[in-house]
Design a binder for this molecule. Structure first.
Ligand SMILES: C[S@@+](CC[C@H](N)C(=O)[O-])C[C@H]1O[C@@H](n2cnc3c(N)ncnc32)[C@H](O)[C@@H]1O
Length: 281
């Protein structure tokens, strides 16, 4: 660890570990969005957020696309998509699903930290849902600045990152258990820096507070257009929510309230992820 509490630069070994993690993950990334009520609410939050910023005919670079739950949304919005991921297994799953779609221009292996293969302003929008920016660690500034470079003036970046405070709350039992195993100093370091590498588990990522993400965008020469937490009242499964989902009208109303609540300043840090849309200044 460095003297300032940072872990140091992400090594090739760290990158291989994350790639292997997502290679192993397979199709679970698709199923995660539909398997239970918190997942389905989250899907709706992400879909509606994305629809505010992508128009029919837009050329969109999707980063960390995984099996393609949001590639499908981009296709349905009428976008022309360049699909990328740094996991060859995830990219192949995506290709299998969208092989016959005229809306996907190509599939490319890409690490969010190096978008130098694209020209300045060549995309109308970039989508990075599900945390690719959370895996850039010390390269997050460089990665985000790279995304601003490749969108046209007025173009938008839509992304989601892992939330530090919401994850701490949601995973509290596990956090307490881990601190007992590894020591409270590691937990202090995670809460201070958002860097889960201090815990040393199989899944590591950089978590953010909403103010961290706003500062990151501004440091990289951008401006936050919209920001939202991922789930406010519906982080946990509940029988009451099952009843609501069973009634189309009540469910529609609930989703409206939930999605509005997630965008309130007091809720931004309350979910397990933070969604953001940003444009170049
Ligand atoms: C949690 S999944 C999200 C998949 C999809 N975007 C979704 O939301 O359903 C994260 C994806 O990002 C990819 N990923 C992780 N780190 C990345 C990086 N540095 N560059 C590009 N993709 C990355 C993983 O391989 C994985 O497919």
């Amino acid at each position: 660890m460095n003297l300032d509490g940072t872990i140091g630069f992400m090594t090739q070994g760290d990158r291989h570990m994350m790639r292997a993690y997502y290679d192993e993950f397979g199709n679970a990334e698709w199923e995660r969005h539909e398997k239970d009520i918190p997942g389905r609410v989250s899907l709706e939050i992400h879909r509606r957020f994305l629809a505010r910023f992508v128009n029919a005919g837009d050329r969109v670079l999707e980063i960390g696309a995984g099996p393609g739950r949001f590639t499908l949304e981009l296709v349905n919005l009428g976008a022309q998509v360049v699909v990328t991921d740094f996991s060859p297994v995830q990219l192949e799953l995506n290709k299998t699903r969208f092989a016959n779609s005229a809306s996907v221009e190509s599939w490319q292996i890409l690490d969010i930290c190096d978008t130098s293969m694209y020209a300045d302003g060549e995309f109308d929008a970039v989508l990075a849902y599900g945390g690719p920016l959370s895996y850039a660690f010390e390269n997050a500034d460089e990665a985000l600045a790279g995304l601003f470079r490749i969108v046209r003036p007025g173009g938008v970046i839509v992304a989601s990152v892992m939330s530090l405070l919401g994850s701490w709350r949601f995973f509290l039992e596990g956090v307490i258990q881990e601190s007992e195993n590894i020591g409270e100093d590691a937990n202090d370091a995670v809460l201070r820096t958002g860097d889960l590498r201090h815990m040393g588990g199989a899944h590591v990522c950089q978590m953010f507070r909403s103010r961290d993400i706003t500062e990151l965008v501004e440091r990289c020469g951008g401006q936050v257009l919209a920001i939202s937490g991922r789930n406010w009242t519906s982080l946990e499964k509940s029988e009451a929510l099952v009843r609501l989902e069973g009634d189309a009208d009540r469910w529609r109303r609930f989703l409206e309230h939930e999605i509005a609540a997630c965008a309130e300043p007091g809720a931004l840090d309350g979910g397990t992820h933070i969604l953001l849309a940003a444009k170049r200044d």
